[in-house]
Design a protein around this ligand. Sequence first.
Ligand code: ADP
Ligand code: MG
Length: 693
Amino acid sequence: MRPPVLYPLFAPITSLPGLGPRLGKLAERLTGPHVADILWHLPTGILDRANAPSIAEAPEGRIVTLTVRVDGHMPPVQRHRPYRVRCTDHTGEMELVFFHVKGDWLEKKLPQGAMVVVSGKVERFNGLLQMPHPDHFAPVEEGAPPQEVEAVYPLTGGLNPKPLRTAIQAALARAPDLEEWQDPAWLERQGWPTWKAALAGAHDPKGEKDVNPLSPLRQRLAYDELLANQLALALVRWHQRRLAGRATVGDGTLRTRIQAALPYQLTGAQAQALVEIDADMAQPERMLRLLQGDVGSGKTIVALMAMATAVEAGAQAALMAPTEILARQHAESLADLAETAGIRLALLTGRDKGKARQQVLDRLASGEIDILIGTHALFQEDVAFRDLALAIIDEQHKFGVHQRLALATKGRGVDTLVMTATPIPRTLTLTAYGDMDVSRLMEKPPGRKPVVTRAAAADRIEEVVERVAAAIKTGQRVYWVCPLVDESETVDLANATLRHATLMERLGGCVGLVHGKMKGAEKDAVMARFAAGELSVLVATTVIEVGVNVPEATIMVVEHAERFGLAQLHQLRGRVGRGERASACLLLYTAPLGETARARLDVMTSTEDGFIIAEKDLELRGAGEVLGTRQSGLPEFRMADITVHADLLATARDDASLMVARDPDLETPRGQALRVLLYLFQRDEAVKTLRSG
Ligand code: ADP
Ligand code: MG
């Protein structure tokens, strides 16, 4: 149960002054539902009113405070045009610019001829200094604005700084004094303030230094968040290990048969992963291991080998996939091998109903099925194994921690192996999977032809079309990707429909089109024609990212490549290079390229290694954005930024494991304080693993 001392922080955000139903909803979307969430909403900059130049000297793009005379009001001549107020000082003239305001209100606030103080960000437009939506404006008699330095927060449309600030101040006033959870010696060495002082300071920056993520204030807050993350993972791991496990050792007979039936040798990486898995399974503790390997790195056969060990030991194994299609694909690709080896394998998905389903369940309970492959359907209560020893979960990020553990409850001392194709940088592995041991398949099976990748300016499109024309004459197939066009977006985006039409004209009728607005069945039909070779070129928006396997496809053209993220480009390129022939990926960009876009294209042309690409992605984008946090199952941090606080993360990991080794049930005074930290960051699950949780 959440400790009462934290109750005020978990009150709804709408209980804060200034946040009624309407603004409350906006604030909730911006920061989260609880008072604590608004406290984690830290300023990203400061407004320094000490910066008070004349109009002529006002630096563009900066926040300044100007003392000016109101010369004239210029109401909009048309709807949706801004309302302008012209002002002057002894050095020149400028305009205050307002959208959606009532003119009479402005005339009262900024009477003609009055001297006023205005502050806000200034820009220059056609040589004229403008201040769109001043943060502050008042007659000069009212004096300077209340504070010289003010925090600047990320905002959302409709929510102005003022009510947000009021709410944050109120939230700060409600922040309780909490027992210190950090090691005092470490705090002292770092020169960090208490939690409460750090929060108060972060929301009341005295200068640029206080919004720097490396300032003591910010580091303290980031470290708290990271420690909560690492401690939660360490506890779950420790307590899961404490549950009785079992030693599973095979005699190698089934594996030998599978190996003999395989048309290839296991790679060194696969063999190494199996050594690690075997060692874990042989231990009397439970295995909790992550098998990480890029798409096509050959995780499935590793899974089968591990499951064979469980079967050799006289027990059963389960393999769970997130979708029906993936589950079927696994079952199909493993069925022959399993049969040859004498392993009884079955499939159970949500589609199985009635008698057929019952039959599978009966055979599973009696032990006539050795390996069960399936979807979420495996969680269902009436699915009972005779003796489940190994649970494997594919594409683990599609499942929650809870689901991951649920399958393990269907047996005795079940070992768990989770697999993911999402290449995650090492630093992030720690935050997402700190509770697991990791095996990585860094090496791809041999025989894969590299995909030659080139970046070229879009004005060379004619050469590309010629190359495509030549390729399709020899029976090759081509993907042509255009960014998805959003109607409301600008026209300069390459439009898939238009491209489809021009390519049809050049290449004849063999060009198909798929895009996100088409119905599922329509899309499937076009894809099927492309796979069958009726279409040679497939113009597509990024809908082809997932689940497409056409080995004859050898060229991937991406238009406006500068608009795609690295992870996306990597996924797209993965669609080619699947067959016998050499493949190419052509990234067309529209000049001029920004620095980051240039760097992304350089990464793409220099490596095909998903892990290196993921690392670069992290460098270029910041942790929160890598692969899309939701999609990859990575935790979101509110105050920590892995790209800057990587050292703190490593320290937090060590701190957490030391703590768990010394005080696994968090019973010492520091342990008790750390429980509060876990609740503060909503790691309630972890506290539940404690003996007296
Ligand atoms: P993923 O890691 O994406 O799940 P798969 O397990 O589906 O990859 O393997 C991709 C392909 O590579 C399959 O066709 C599989 O048969 C093949 N493969 C796996 N291991 C090897 C190997 N050691 N040598 C050659 N081909 C392999
Ligand atoms: Mg797979």
